[in-house]
Design a protein around this ligand. Structure first.
Ligand SMILES: Nc1nc2c(c(=O)[nH]1)N[C@H]1C(S)=C(S)[C@@H](COP(=O)(O)O)O[C@H]1N2
Ligand SMILES: [Mo]
Length: 229
């Protein structure tokens, strides 16, 4: 089993590894310099580089090796499932919802943390109010544009005061590598619950296992009180 954010360990030959490393290096360079252009890299390489060159304490993680590109014209956030009024929001409509800010510490279950991250975004409860969840609704599943990454929260967890869909980090629109245009932020839980590149929220009758939970991690990823800790 690999750990959330460590990726699968693949048996690369030395030559293939060096080629991957060279490709990954240039992508990494572009990501930091141009902050947006990020050509596909393997997850092993991007995570390896993320661990070698942490950016302000962050390790940039992907499971697929590529990062979805945000195009405001085509982008929609769909909210559907067990709801009376399925809804889809443009980026502008999402930004029109009440704005919330928080400063919190982000923890990856593999041991690194980033203190005092300043986020801005919308409360999950405000998003859910738009769709009128059925009485049978108990959880929501976040679907990432990065297939097949997903994860769930119970409605109770989603209603925690600091759980949000963040569209800004440190006063700037969320960058591509951190999940543009919106990611989940739930500082009480480990990083793997903080789904990046969210494009759909499905209201369900129970929380389901997400990507890392299918790989053995706890569904309730409370910081300091779940497996992997
Ligand atoms: N779509 C997607 N979201 C993701 C991940 C991922 O690989 N893909 N990794 C998770 C893990 S394990 C962590 S620790 C954080 C890392 O956030 P960062 O890449 O912004 O540093 O993103 C989480 N959300
Ligand atoms: Mo993580």
């Amino acid at each position: 089993m690999s750990a959330p954010g460590q990726g699968d360990v693949r048996p690369y030959g030395r030559r293939a590894f060096l080629l991957l490393l060279a490709g990954g290096m240039s992508s990494f360079w572009w990501a930091t310099k141009a902050s947006g252009i990020f050509s596909p890299v393997t997850s092993a390489v991007s995570q390896f580089l993320g661990n070698l060159f942490p950016v302000g304490g962050w390790r940039i993680y992907t499971i697929s090796g590529s990062m979805p590109e945000f195009d405001e014209r085509g982008w929609r956030l769909s909210i559907d499932g067990l709801v009376g009024r399925p809804h889809s929001l443009t980026y502008a409509e999402l930004k029109d919802l009440p704005r919330h800010e928080q400063v919190s510490t982000f923890h990856c279950v593999t041991g690194w943390s980033v203190s005092n991250v300043h986020w801005a975004g919308v409360r999950l409860t405000d998003v859910l109010d738009l769709v009128e969840p059925h009485a049978s609704a108990h959880a929501i599943r976040f679907v990432s544009l990065e297939v097949p990454y997903d994860d769930s929260l119970t409605l109770e967890q989603a209603a925690l005061p600091d759980a949000m869909l963040a569209y800004e980090m440190e006063g700037e629109p969320l960058s591509r590598e951190h999940g543009a245009p919106v990611r989940v932020v739930i500082p009480d839980m480990y990083g793997y619950k903080n789904v990046k590149w969210v494009e759909r929220i499905v209201v369900t009758d129970r929380a389901e296992d997400g990507y890392w939970e299918e790989n053995g991690y706890d569904r309730d990823a409370w910081v300091g009180n779940s497996n992997g800790t």
